[in-house]
Ligand binder design. Structure first.
Ligand SMILES: NC(=O)c1ccc[n+]([C@@H]2O[C@H](COP(=O)([O-])OP(=O)(O)OC[C@H]3O[C@@H](n4cnc5c(N)ncnc54)[C@H](OP(=O)(O)O)[C@@H]3O)[C@@H](O)[C@H]2O)c1
Length: 261
């Protein structure tokens, strides 16, 4: 399999900028870079091994349709939620297609790299998949294969692990402020070490092992006290998460008793 040695990066937002910075460091020469705000049409790209479409999800399919690409080239998007059929226009021109989705949150204007993140990889054929896995490794990521069939589920899991944590944290801040009268920055600062500490434990432990709090101790009286004071609209979320924690705690108990001599 021939490794990808030259690239074009289309889009210069959060992910496009990181690619422009990191590809040369990982041994891939960027021969063309383009962004829509230049007002120019995308340049001809038939000289590069891989065309990376680092544009907003809704722009991927229309941009792929405008590209001058051909056989022996690979056209890849970086969107976790999109299947490969959004690249069908490039496929019709003879290019192979794929996706390399970094499982990391990137923010515009902040310098970030890809090191240590996993990367969801899919491709129209085995070579495309192997080349994109090689590119992911060169950028410092751990490649994981995904398929179109499971793409939405894969992306839902990623959203549960990132944006949903932030939403949950926002609800914790709301309850904390109601209890203490603290301003938002003080409430956020008070709760953040707790949240980070809990997530940090997952580096070396399973979710069942890392669990803390009343559900982990089987303390149903404390859970009842929480339920009696929480805002009504927070109860469904609290109850759902408590049920998950009780299940995890039961799993951890079962594992402990299995391991007892
Ligand atoms: N941000 C993340 O955390 C993250 C993580 C993993 C994967 N991704 C994926 O990476 C891709 C890029 O996301 P991003 O976060 O870098 O987005 P972004 O920061 O919002 O940048 C979007 C880029 O798309 C360009 N664009 C917008 N509309 C366009 C159009 N109609 N035609 C051509 N170009 C257009 C923008 O150009 P102008 O700036 O010139 O307007 C900009 O360069 C997306 O597929 C996203 O799902 C993002």
């Amino acid at each position: 399999m021939k490794p990808l040695k030259t690239a074009a990066v289309l889009g210069s937002g959060a992910v496009g900028s990181a690619l422009l910075e990191e590809l040369p460091r990982s041994g891939v020469r960027v021969l063309a870079a383009w962004t829509q705000s230049s007002g120019l049409a995308p340049p001809p790209l038939t000289d590069v091994d891989v065309v990376l479409l680092a544009v907003s999800d809704s722009a991927v399919a229309p941009l792929a349709a405008r590209l001058e690409v051909g056989p022996a080239q690979l056209v890849a998007h970086l969107a976790g939620a999109l299947e490969l059929n959004v690249l069908k226009a490039a496929r019709k021109k003879g290019a192979r297609v794929g996706s390399i989705h970094p499982l990391r949150a990137f923010v515009r204007g902040r310098r970030q790299d890809f090191h240590g993140a996993a990367a969801g990889i899919s491709g129209s054929d085995a070579t495309a998949r192997e080349q994109l896995k090689g590119l992911a490794r060169a950028l410092g990521m751990m490649p994981l294969e995904t398929t179109d069939r499971s793409r939405a589920l894969y992306h839902a899991a990623a959203v549960l692990a990132a944006g949903s944590q932030v939403a949950l944290f926002a609800e914790a801040i709301r309850a904390f402020r109601k209890a203490t009268g603290a301003a938002e920055p003080a409430a956020r600062a008070a709760l953040l070490p707790l949240a980070l500490g809990a997530l940090e434990k997952l580096k070396g432990q399973t979710a069942a092992e890392a669990l803390t709090g009343p559900a982990a101790r089987g303390d149903l009286d404390t859970i009842a006290a929480h339920r009696s004071t929480l805002p009504k609209d927070l109860l469904p979320l609290y109850d759902h998460l408590t049920n998950v924690m009780l299940r995890l705690s039961k799993d951890a108990g079962r594992k402990r008793s299995r391991n007892r001599p």
